[in-house]
Write a protein that binds this ligand. Structure first.
Ligand SMILES: [Zn+2]
Ligand SMILES: [Zn+2]
Length: 341
């Protein structure tokens, strides 16, 4: 079978590997769709060495793809999902018996790992990571409903108290930011987006986001103050994962407002005095999502959450180089690899 192979230095190619065989507790999936996540760009751009990418038990898996849907084709134990069942995956793995795993939340298991290597034809996953995908939802939309794009946004809003007239700022409309924009549109909240990419600003306008700011064209803080009666936004989400984004966001949050760290980044230098002490901001971190969030997202989809607009590019695995180039240039919304199964 063919699999996407990350070579570092913005090089990706296809590699022929053997189809994996599931062991006890695992199932083999034939992949219907896998989506490119913004977090993959770190390994894509890596220039110091060829990345060695491994899954939850240290097997080399060649690419960091981790948003996928598919069909169960082998299940050695017969427990969990049945053969032929369509599934989405919650990629976080755990020991299965610690307190957090028993609560059904593997995110904080001390033996936590991740399903990776999803940009391929067949993949082995732990049976417990499978979440049923309803028959009428195509694989390419299902991968957005069951992946971290909407998962992170939905999980964030399960923790943060939103009020009907809240003004919300989203910083960055990459895949995670786009998930927030989709949910905020669905909720009908007045949203302000700050995004340097013209492509992504247009995508947000197309979504109906009323205020879309190009940070290179306007003083962003002043613009946000003008839109928020001079006090700042009620809720600010950093989906950029960058130092400038985090600082811009904390500055744009009103006194006693809420700030959400949603972008996976490395480091940011923040000022606890001016941001937290003087303004009494409450900050939340969001780390992925839990299975229950997926059912909430499915419910929202049934009630009109528009995920089709997020999905701007569909590729076959053969177009892998083009797909990552477009993603690296920020010229995509969500891009997925689809297989005709
Ligand atoms: Zn991701
Ligand atoms: Zn555990």
């Amino acid at each position: 079978m063919q699999t996407v192979w990350f070579r570092g230095n913005s090089q990706v190619e296809l590699k022929e590997i053997a189809r994996p065989a599931p062991k006890t507790g695992e199932v083999l999936l034939q992949i219907g769709a896998s989506a490119i996540c913004g977090s993959e760009m770190r390994d894509y751009r890596r220039s110091d060495s060829i990345p060695v990418i491994t899954d939850w038990i240290g097997r080399e898996c060649y690419n960091p793809g981790h948003e996928l849907t598919g069909v169960v084709v082998e299940n050695p134990d017969g427990r969990g999902p049945r053969i032929g069942e369509r599934v989405a995956i919650n990629i976080i793995t755990g020991c299965g018996h610690c307190t957090t795993c028993r609560r059904g939340d593997r995110r904080f298991c001390r033996q936590q790992g991740y399903v990776k290597g999803a940009h391929t034809e067949f993949i082995v996953v732990p049976a417990y990571t499978c979440m049923p995908l309803p028959e009428d939802i195509p694989f390419d939309l299902g991968v957005l409903l069951g992946g971290d794009t909407l998962g992170v946004a939905y999980h964030a809003f399960s923790k943060v108290h939103l009020a009907p007239r809240d003004k919300v700022v989203v910083i960055g409309a990459g895949p995670v930011g786009l998930g927030f924009l989709a949910l905020l549109t669905y909720l009908g909240l007045e949203t302000i987006l700050v995004e340097p990419s013209a492509y992504r600003r247009n995508l947000a306008l197309d979504y109906g986001i009323p205020h879309v700011i190009d940070p290179s064209a306007t003083p962003v803080q002043e613009h946000i103050r003008d839109l928020t009666e001079g006090i700042g936004a009620d809720v600010v989400i950093d989906a950029s994962g960058k130092d400038e984004g985090v600082n811009l966001g904390l500055n744009a949050t009103r006194p006693e407002g809420t700030f959400i760290f949603a972008g996976a980044g490395r480091e940011a230098k923040i000022n606890p005095w001016s941001h937290f002490l003087e303004k009494e901001i409450t900050a939340y971190g969001v780390w992925y999502f839990v299975d229950a969030d997926y059912y909430g997202i499915l419910d929202a989809y049934r009630k009109g959450l528009n995920v089709e607009k997020m999905l701007t590019h569909r590729f076959g695995l053969g177009a892998v180089a083009e797909a990552y180039q477009l993603m690296a240039q920020a010229n995509t919304g969500k891009a997925v690899f689809i297989h005709h199964i």
